[in-house]
Design a protein around this ligand. Structure first.
Ligand SMILES: *[C@@H]1O[C@H](CO)[C@@H](O)[C@H](O)[C@H]1NC(C)=O
Ligand SMILES: *[C@@H]1O[C@H](CO)[C@@H](O)[C@H](O)[C@H]1NC(C)=O
Ligand SMILES: *[C@@H]1O[C@H](CO)[C@@H](O)[C@H](O)[C@H]1NC(C)=O
Ligand SMILES: *[C@@H]1O[C@H](CO)[C@@H](O)[C@H](O)[C@H]1NC(C)=O
Ligand SMILES: *[C@@H]1O[C@H](CO)[C@@H](O)[C@H](O)[C@H]1NC(C)=O
Ligand SMILES: *[C@@H]1O[C@H](CO)[C@@H](O)[C@H](O)[C@H]1NC(C)=O
Ligand SMILES: *[C@@H]1O[C@H](CO)[C@@H](O)[C@H](O)[C@H]1NC(C)=O
Ligand SMILES: *[C@@H]1O[C@H](CO)[C@@H](O)[C@H](O)[C@H]1NC(C)=O
Ligand SMILES: *[C@@H]1O[C@H](CO)[C@@H](O)[C@H](O)[C@H]1NC(C)=O
Length: 442
């Protein structure tokens, strides 16, 4: 490890590296591959991983490795079909570092290569290796894991390469960006009677319309057949994705559209929905839903996602989705706590089953673990302070099923992750929001 870093520093200092930085390999022509070859030669990446990583635990059993590590590279959206079945076993000490880098960038052909990105990738490998080593050494975990039905193979956390594996922590932190839920709306009597003020009133769990009318709850539930997953890019705009996702789903559930690719514009909210912070700096559920309530949304096709702030054009044509109102329910404690709720699991499950996928927010610091590939995230040290909005789409007796906005090659089943249920893990019980559509019109 030290040797590797010193080599990198040496190269950064003494080589003329300007032509090596920021190589885009998004075309499949020979130019890209030649650049990879050049890098491999200059960085001596033909060293084996065993030479680069001290005590590479190549004595782990294949069983252990399969329990903690996903060696298959994910299918990437932007990837041509050919290399989709690649496997990378980084526990093979003879594996050539250069060939790992090469396979990685062939799979994630949209990522750009630089010395920094290669170092990030190397650190990701170390993280995966450390995790597996820890699994092996932690006899307790291992025994509990093997025996408990909760922690069967499907539920155990596994790491592997994702499109974020070569990104820095700073980059990933830039993808977060959500503020805590707002204080409860002012009492009706106190607010001015102007129509704009009244329109800002949001419904809470105390309002009849927000209350799910369900007799019983299923043990497990999953809305997942209803929409495609979009990639957020590097912009703290998760709040617009979770909002659009919940409205798209509501349209499908209420038969307002039969188009499974019904796709609303996040960019419109990034540019136009104002609030305490906005755009790529982050936002809140209420600023997104308020905006949609007042203005409606156009489609992704008319206002495609650009992962950066841009000018808000006052008119979007055509508006393809409108909402009558929305519910924002939160357990955040305020000095005037009269309209907040506890939001236990049962409340959230009922709202989910009755209304459709929900906007929710979590603390994503540890989940933002760049290399998450599958399993139930259940870290009791995860902070409860929310900073990332996601779309809650279902649950099982053990876990919440959550759609993230980091692309199809992160997480499990093309962009999802699971979070243990029943412990307010990562603040998941803090806030939910969902649109209300009028049943009668249209
Ligand atoms: C790695 O590549 C360099 C340059 O091509 C070569 O000089 C060196 O012998 C190679 N090392 C190994 C272990 O193959
Ligand atoms: C695997 O190797 C490491 C050091 O390389 C050693 O500490 C550990 O005991 C070994 N484990 C087994 C099961 O042999
Ligand atoms: C696949 O490769 C061809 C040419 O090699 C390119 O034109 C096409 O855009 C690629 N498709 C994707 C989805 O990257
Ligand atoms: C990938 O290739 C397989 C056969 O090799 C083909 O059936 C499949 O349709 C291809 N997928 C895409 C997205 O091109
Ligand atoms: C794990 O088990 C091995 C023997 O099975 C034992 O030598 C080792 O001390 C145990 N490690 C811990 C941390 O309990
Ligand atoms: C796990 O099961 C094995 C037998 O299958 C048993 O010997 C062991 O005590 C169990 N461990 C735990 C932690 O329950
Ligand atoms: C809001 O109204 C309720 C009764 O409608 C009253 O009990 C409460 O004190 C009011 N809160 C504030 C902050 O005025
Ligand atoms: C939507 O349409 C489907 C079939 O066309 C029907 O089964 C379902 O009950 C409808 N849902 C609503 C909410 O009207
Ligand atoms: C999560 O951890 C808690 C202990 O903090 C444990 O009781 C629970 O069973 C775990 N859930 C899953 C799905 O692993």
């Amino acid at each position: 490890m030290d040797r590797f870093i010193m080599l990198m520093i040496f190269l950064l200092k003494f080589l003329s590296i300007h032509q090596l930085l920021l190589i885009h390999c998004d075309d499949n022509n020979n130019g890209g591959n030649n650049m990879i070859d050049t890098l491999i030669n200059v960085l001596q990446m033909n060293k084996s991983l065993g030479e680069l990583i001290d005590n590479l635990p190549n004595n782990l059993s294949m069983d252990t490795i399969n329990d903690c590590f996903e060696s298959q590279l994910p299918d990437d959206d932007d990837m041509n079909n050919s290399s989709s079945t690649n496997e990378l076993n980084i526990f093979d000490g003879n594996m050539n570092f250069g060939s790992i880098v090469e396979s990685y960038y062939k799979t994630f052909s949209q990522n750009s290569i630089s010395i920094e990105s290669i170092m990030n990738l190397f650190n990701s490998m170390r993280q995966m290796i450390d995790y597996c080593r820890q699994q092996q050494n932690d006899n307790q975990t291992k025994l509990a894991g093997r025996n408990s039905t909760n922690m069967n193979k499907k539920n155990r956390i596994r790491y592997g390469f994702t499109s974020l594996s070569d990104k820095s922590d700073t980059y990933v932190r830039g993808m977060l960006g959500v503020l805590p839920p707002p204080p409860p709306p002012a009492n009706e009597s106190q607010s001015s009677s102007s129509s704009s003020k009244r329109r800002e009133k949001r419904l809470t769990g105390n309002d009849q319309q927000c209350q799910p009318s369900l007799r019983s709850l299923p043990d497990s539930f999953d809305w997942r057949d209803h929409q495609a997953l979009k990639n957020q890019g590097q912009c703290g705009s998760c709040w617009t994705f979770a909002t659009a996702g919940s409205i798209e789903s509501a349209y499908l559930i209420k038969n307002r559209t039969t188009n499974q690719q019904f796709d609303l514009s996040e960019q419109q909210m990034v540019d136009c929905a104002s609030g305490p912070r906005s755009g790529c700096q982050g936002g809140t559920s209420y600023q997104a839903f308020n905006y949609v309530k007042d203005n409606g949304l156009t489609s992704e096709q008319y206002e495609p996602y650009r992962a950066r702030d841009s000018f808000c054009f006052p008119y979007f044509d055509p508006v393809i989705a409108e909402i009558d109102n929305y519910c924002l329910r939160s357990r955040q404690r305020y000095t005037r706590s009269f309209q907040t709720e506890q939001l236990n699991d049962d409340d959230i499950q009922r709202a989910l089953v009755a209304f459709g996928p929900l906007y929710t927010a979590i603390n994503a610091d540890p989940i933002s673990t760049k290399n998450y590939r599958s399993g139930i995230f259940n870290d009791s040290s995860c902070p409860e302070q929310i900073n990332h909005a996601v779309l809650l789409v279902g649950y099982t007796p053990d876990a919440w099923i959550i759609k993230n906005s980091w692309g199809k090659s992160w997480g499990e089943q093309h962009g999802y992750f699971r979070l243990a249920r029943g412990f307010n893990r990562c603040g998941i019980n803090t806030e939910i929001a969902y649109p209300l559509l009028n049943n009668n019109d249209k």
